[in-house]
Design a binder for this molecule. Sequence first.
Ligand SMILES: [Zn+2]
Ligand SMILES: [Zn+2]
Length: 395
Amino acid sequence: MSNIDELKQRIVDEVDTRREELIRTSDTIHAKPELAFQEFEAAALLTSVLEREGFTVQRGVAGLETAFVASYTSQKGDRPIVALLAEYDALADLGHACGHNIIGTSSVGAALAVQSVLDEIPGTIQVIGTPAEEGGGGKIIMVEAGVFDDVDVAMMVHPSTRTMSRRTSLACYELKMEFFGQAAHAAGSPDKGINALDACILTYNNISALRQQLADDIRIHGIITHGGSAPNIIPDYTAAEFLVRAAEKDHALAMLDKVEDCARAGALAAGAEVRLTRPEKYYANMAPSSVLADLFDANLTTLGREVQLPPSSGRMGSTDMGNVSHIVPALHSYITIAPEEVAGHSPEFRAASASPEGHAGLLDAAKALAMTAVDLFSNPDLVDAAWEEHQTRFG
Ligand SMILES: [Zn+2]
Ligand SMILES: [Zn+2]
């Protein structure tokens, strides 16, 4: 057995030894779902496990109370720095129906397994706790705060109904629209009114007309958040929120311009004023590192998992891991914990996230992440290769 195979075998054994502890940790987070930026108990639980094992833990990074960075460095040298990302936020009403309890715990399990062999190879293993993936974009804030500036590669695994390491995600922009008209008695003096709801409905319909001419990667969807106050008053104020998504940032921005034109046209037709607000934050598309994906797939295969290609029909959302992938080579793999007919963000997926299949996914994710980290620590040329690809994409 080569040295690297021996290290990987020890990693697998270490995760198996910690099996009960990891499952308990994941199920504890699952049982107490916490929403974006409020993941106090989950962050406390994960950091306490790491701290107890000798990791240096920094809490409240990037000004976010529930974000953290936990590090452990080999005595043989501190580079490369491999970061494993932990998510642990839940969904309103649905709890852990995206399985982020498995994401957080698999990264912690992987880091502990890497630690058990890290005094034989140089490098630093980090767990970076990233709050609020489901709206709020914790990683976007952390990228801007420089949390990933020294990181050499970043990796995480998301539970899913498929096992795949190369799935991309859509860039996503939010657009707020407000329409301003003139209130008037809807029966007594309609001619004195300017109908802000007409402006909003026309905008919605303009966007619906635009949909026929969209490329396959574009998604536009929205709701009316304020439609007026009373049926006998011509509405003087309405508001809507839309999300505009595309495979690439530039496509999304070009489409955002067209959606804004739809709103201006709706307002013009109704004689209303419009105010359009683009938040500064946006979810970037995920650009998976093929170097990391190759390594990760090989390790998953060793563990007996069948690796699948992403479905050709798209069917994807957005993640703030995309923003991380634009500044450092990144892996955002998926691992199967439920049959393909189960929808994400559903009660069935929530159940899967604490099921025997969920536990198996958690343990295999921890093992494959740790094995991939050991590949990188043992052969830093791989890190250079990942950066070479990254530079060709992002300069
Ligand atoms: Zn989700
Ligand atoms: Zn998710």
